[in-house]
Write a protein that binds this ligand. Structure first.
Ligand code: FMN
Length: 190
C-alpha cells in the first residue's frame, strides 16, 4: 500500500471518530434521548395489588438506564406493586398523584444527572407519604462509593427542595446486579 493511500485511510478514520465523538457529546449534552422518550407501560403483579408505583426513566444513549428502570420495575412488580414504567417525557410521568412509590433515574453526564432527570426532580411535588428513590447509570465507580456523593451526582436538588430521597443507587458500566436492585427496592419500601 502506498503512503498516499494510507494517509487517506487514516484521515477518513480520524474524521469518522471526530464526528462520532461530537455526535455522542451533543446527544448527551442536549439529553436528546430523555426529552424524546414518551413511551410507557403498565406491569401488573401476579397476585393481589399492594400498591401503585411509578418508575420514570431517561433511557440514556444506548438504553442502559432503561434496563435499570426495567429491573427496578420488575422487582416492585414481584413485591406486589402495579408499576407504571414511564419514559421521562411521557404523559404518564407527568401525573404522579396515584402513586405511593416513585423512582426516577437516568444516565450521569459530566458528573451530573441528565437534564431531563434534573428538570423532573426540580418540578416534582410529592406528599410526605410517598417514597422517592433515585437511580443513576454511568461509567465512574467512585461516586457510587458513598450515598452523600452519589446523591449530589444523581439527584442534585435545589437548596429549597423539600424532597426526601429514601434510596439511591448507581449501576456502573451497565452491570445490573439483582441483589443491589433488591436492596434498593427494600430500602425504598421500608
Ligand atoms: C458526554 C458524556 C459524559 C459522561 N460523563 C459521565 C460522568 O461524569 N460520570 C459517569 O459515571 N458516567 C459518565 N458518562 C457515561 C454515561 O453515563 C454512560 O454512557 C451511560 O450511563 C451509559 O448509558 P448510555 O450509554 O445508554 O447513556 C458520560 C457519557 C458521555 C457520553
Amino acid at each position: 500500500m502506498n503512503y498516499k493511500k494510507l494517509g487517506k485511510i487514516i484521515g477518513i478514520s480520524l474524521v469518522i471518530v471526530i464526528i462520532a465523538a461530537v455526535l455522542g457529546f451533543s446527544i448527551a449534552f442536549y439529553d436528546v434521548m430523555g426529552f424524546n422518550d414518551k413511551e410507557s407501560q403498565t406491569l401488573n403483579p401476579d397476585g393481589a395489588v399492594v400498591g401503585n408505583a411509578m418508575v420514570v426513566y431517561d433511557p440514556g444513549i444506548t438504553g442502559t438506564a432503561k434496563k435499570v428502570a426495567d429491573s427496578i420495575a420488575k422487582d416492585l412488580q414481584a413485591k406486589g406493586y402495579r408499576v407504571e414504567l414511564a419514559g421521562i417525557s411521557s404523559s404518564k410521568a407527568d401525573n404522579i398523584s396515584d402513586y405511593s412509590v416513585i423512582v426516577v433515574g437516568g444516565p450521569i453526564y459530566d458528573g451530573n444527572a441528565s437534564s431531563s432527570v434534573n428538570e423532573y426532580l426540580k418540578n416534582l411535588k410529592i406528599s410526605q407519604n410517598t417514597s422517592l428513590g433515585v437511580f443513576a447509570s454511568g461509567m465512574d465507580p467512585d461516586s457510587a462509593k458513598d450515598n452523600v456523593t452519589l446523591l449530589k451526582e444523581a439527584a442534585p436538588l435545589p437548596e429549597n427542595s423539600d424532597l426526601q430521597i429514601k434510596a439511591v443507587m448507581k449501576v456502573v458500566n451497565g452491570n445490573i446486579d439483582n441483589n443491589a436492585i433488591n436492596n434498593f427496592v427494600n430500602k425504598l419500601l421500608q
